[in-house]
Design a protein around this ligand. Structure first.
Ligand SMILES: [Zn+2]
Length: 86
């Protein structure tokens, strides 16, 4: 186990191979539901959250190669509005 094993909070899910009787031994991440889940049980990264981080991430994509920062900003705003309304 990499990191600080003494302060590790394990994932609260159960392994499928044990027919849901043995608890997962992976490092857990606190989810919105208040439970700890590892990267195999739905606790993976959800991507960039801040606006600056999103711009930074999208800039690296091939399809946004020719976009300026303002165009990207507008595109992300449109995308956020669409996802929040539906
Ligand atoms: Zn797990």
């Amino acid at each position: 186990m990499v990191g600080r094993p003494l302060q590790k909070i394990p994932c609260e899910s159960f392994t499928r191979s044990s027919n849901y009787t043995v608890q997962c031994k992976c490092k857990g991440k606190l989810m919105k539901s208040g439970k700890f889940r590892c990267k195999f049980h739905g606790g993976a990264s959800t991507g960039a959250t801040s606006f600056e981080g999103k711009i930074k991430a999208y800039k690296n994509l091939k399809q946004f190669k020719n976009y300026s920062e303002e165009q990207l900003r507008e595109w992300i705003k449109n995308k956020l509005e669409k996802s929040s309304s539906s």
